[in-house]
Design a protein around this ligand. Structure first.
Ligand code: FES
Length: 100
């Protein structure tokens, strides 16, 4: 089976709707969400190719004053980023992880 993640040496911390998670650096945000929820993200309706728009998020980077909209399949994760809004598809996929 091929490894879905790009090579990484360490995990970085991000926040999703106020909850903290450790995810692999050097990977797209959507890959990181897959790392958090491997049992749901691969089965979502994601194109992984910047076309479907189902992966939209609002996220604030450490140096930003306010959240900005981005495609999580395109944007590389950044230590300290805070995801403040998830698309309905992502919300559904991450529901169990965010409730814990
Ligand atoms: S997964 Fe389709 S646009 Fe990001």
């Amino acid at each position: 089976m091929s490894q879905p993640f790009r090579p990484y040496e360490r995990l970085v911390e991000i926040t999703i709707l106020g909850k903290r998670f450790q995810v692999p650096e050097k990977n797209s945000v959507l890959r990181c969400l897959q790392y958090i929820s491997p049992e749901t993200i691969p089965y979502g309706r994601f194109c992984w190719n910047q076309e479907c728009q189902y992966c939209r998020i609002m996220a604030q980077l450490p140096d930003d004053d306010q959240p900005r909209e981005m495609l999580s399949c395109k944007f590389l994760v950044m230590a300290g980023m805070s995801i403040t809004e998830l698309s309905p598809e992502l919300k559904w996929c991450l529901n169990a992880k965010l409730r814990r």
